[in-house]
Design a protein around this ligand. Sequence first.
Ligand SMILES: [Zn+2]
Length: 401
Amino acid sequence: MGKTVELYYENAYINEFDAEVLSCKEAGDGKYEAVLDKTAFFPEQGGQTSDTGKLVTEGGESASVLYTGIRKCEETGEDEIYHVLDKCIDAGTSIKGTIDWEHRFSNMQQHTGEHIFSGIVNSEFGYDNVGFHLSDTEVTMDYNGVLSSEDVARIEKLVNEAIWKNVRVVAAFPSEEELKEIDYRSKKELTGAIRIVTIEGYDICACCAPHVERTGEVGFLKVVGVHNYKGGVRVNILCGKRAFEFLTEEHDIISGLAAGFSTSFDKVVASVDKLKDDNAALKADLLTEREKLLGYELSGIDKSLKNVFLFKSADTDTNLMRKTVNKLAEDHEGFCGIFAGDDKTGYRYIVASGNAGGDARHVAQLLREKFGAKGGGSEQMVQGSLSGALQKDIADCCNNL
Ligand SMILES: [Zn+2]
């Protein structure tokens, strides 16, 4: 890689190293870009985020490595690895580099887990991994073929068996001659020195990233999402500590639910289903009772009144509002309407023209002009919503129609 020796190819476990700053220049926003004679910081590439960490001079001055990338060197045209720093460290300075090992090791766990998964998908189904993304929050693989949820569950089990077998993961740069004899997975036609990562018995793949030395270090792999994507599937996985943290969070949620329902874990789903059914039955009962109540209210309204407007609570069912407005419109000559809501959160409204005719759109227009109401409809009925108006002002406006 240009001028820089890539220490992560010598050993993926180097997390501290001595090096010399070859150049350091300002990059705007108070940041600097440094090139080193050697580095263990893995730059962003192949869908994987970069390493971060710090550089410390012999004098104890420390700069954070915020990002590591690869770009074409302006002078030589060769690829060069640069480190984005929050402070300048002059060219010629000796430094000790320390990478954020927790972050890097997590990336190694996710990446090796991905290779095992993709290797098994390839050998079992013949599909290729055509897209890989490893961010700090998400690991996704895109396969150019469809996997059912049963397929994915079986692969997940096979991957975990491979992890528990603790087989070796070997990275090497074979010669061109040797390479011809190796059947390896690759996303693209590669040129130059090709690095081959072999997971014994499971996968052989061209890859530039650091991996764990044995599959056992992946810990375990959990599939956390599968959906159809571009004619194939996108699979979300988590490995090692990330999988542990994810499942711990899920476990806490389910524990909370189980405690809330005073039941055991295995009965949480049934309890939620029952709650949904009970809720639907209560809603139906409530609707029936409200309908009855409105019936009483309506029978008490003087039929000689021209316009009738009622105000109801925000949770009033829209169908019931419509039904009631229709009933009122049969009995009264003018405009009849219901406003459901309150002064704070606003109102939904339905207004109909009464038995003497009249254009309900006139009311919608008035509400729009006075209160900025939204909505519209037909000559017979309009509906919409408004907010920021007080009930008494709306009532005044409607009573003066
Ligand atoms: Zn890879």
